[in-house]
Design a protein around this ligand. Structure first.
Ligand code: MRU
Length: 384
């Protein structure tokens, strides 16, 4: 992995992108124009450095997901699909196929998009002769990436109506949206899920402002959401994670939109740790709480999210330490807890369906209920 630091990515490869970095259309993942490897935006370096990493092997792809160079449920799925392509170039045997699936599946446990994408790849490759598997894998991975973009654009269109209605009720005064973690462009191939309605409304000229929860311990809100909103010119304020309830009590939040890593058949929502507390505060203050997700995030095999969804626990160092830029521009990591204090680092929590106002999906805004999910995605129900 690695390679020269200069950035050649998507423009040469002929991709289009809604999102821009320094005015350049930019996706989070792409196949390099010479077809040799997969390019990604290395998210561990943001917001202080924008750099690209190149994935050449299955091991590179698995490591990039595990170390969170790429993260966010839909992007993890797309990255795993491209990882299967890289794997098929190395070993297209049946054993190679199964080994690649197992090693990618083991990278992160909570976002179900990973398993969904790997199942899609397996279905596309299993019955093909070895000699065709690499080409077929690339084709299916590209389709998965394109589908993610199409889903997010549709989520943007459906979510726009929610924001436009609030703007109309406020007679055009600024709509304040609170979001948690990064369910933005950087968590997907392009556009984002929770940010899709935000970008769409902003581009339509609706006045809005986003409160971005910092999202300890990895600070995806402070480092990633704030950065990408800034790149797109969306007014925003970063807030400490505990601030949302206070803002809601004072009428400073019109709606909450978050993403999801897994939504169960009954509509329970698993998302970044701290989401549940925002849902409780929103309910107490009658603030609408929406979850934006593409259908690969739905897990029809599970019902009770609290009991059944596997919650990732990550390294203690993520809580014990913080990394940032010093006044003279160096990136440094410092410890913020006493030597020897134990820490707990649960990556996600579950918001029960009863606290969710609506699920913004590519097929419209639906109720967080078993019946509504089944009616909206009958084909997913049939294949579970
Ligand atoms: O641990 P991360 O950064 O992968 O977690 C990301 C989130 O929790 C996002 O909110 C979720 O994946 C939705 S992404 C559109």
């Amino acid at each position: 992995m690695g390679g020269p630091p200069q950035f050649v990515g998507w423009v040469e490869a002929g991709y289009e992108s809604r999102m821009q970095v320094d005015g350049k259309p930019t996706r989070t993942i792409w196949v390099e124009s010479d077809g040799t490897c997969v390019g990604i935006v290395d998210q561990t370096l943001l917001p202080h450095r924008f750099a690209v990493a190149r994935l050449k092997t299955l091991v590179d792809a698995a490591r990039a997901i595990q170390t969170m160079q790429i993260r966010g449920a839909p992007l993890i799925g797309a990255a795993a699909a491209y990882g299967m392509w890289l794997a098929m170039r190395e070993d297209a045997s049946d054993e190679g196929l199964e080994r690649a699936r197992a090693s990618l599946l083991a990278t992160r446990p909570t976002a179900v998009n990973l398993r969904w994408a790997l199942d899609e790849m397996l279905a596309a490759l299993r019955n093909r002769p070895r000699g065709e598997r690499a080409a077929a894998a690339l084709q299916r991975a590209n389709e998965i990436a394109e589908q993610d973009i199409a889903n997010n654009r549709a989520i943007g269109r459906h979510g726009l109506k929610i924001i436009a209605d609030i703007a109309a009720r406020k007679h055009g005064k600024c709509v304040n949206v609170l979001t948690h973690c990064n369910a933005g462009w950087l968590a997907t191939v392009d556009v984002g899920t929770a940010t899709a309605p935000i970008y769409t409304a902003h581009d339509e000229g609706i006045a809005l402002h986003v409160y971005a929860d910092e999202t300890r311990p990895r600070n995806q809100g402070a480092s990633l959401t704030a950065w990408e909103l800034g790149q797109h010119g969306v007014p925003h304020t970063v807030i400490p994670d505990n601030t949302g309830g206070h803002l809601m009590q004072h009428g400073m939040v019109d709606l909450v939109i978050v993403g999801a890593d897994r939504v169960t058949a009954q509509g329970d929502v698993c998302n970044k740790i701290g989401t549940y507390l925002k849902a409780l505060a929103a309910r107490d203050n009658r603030v609408p709480f929406y979850v934006a997700l593409p259908s690969p995030t739905i897990d029809f095999m599970l019902s009770d999210g609290v009991a059944e969804i596997p919650i990732e626990q990550r390294a203690a160092a993520e809580v014990a330490c913080m990394t940032g830029k010093t006044a003279d521009g160096r990136i440094e990591t410092v410890q913020v807890v006493p030597d020897g204090s134990p820490v707990a680092n649960y990556g996600f929590d579950v918001t029960p369906a009863r606290l969710v106002t609506g699920l913004i999906t590519e097929r419209g805004v639906i109720e967080p209920t078993r019946a509504a999910l089944a009616a909206a995605f009958p084909e997913r129900l049939a294949t579970r």
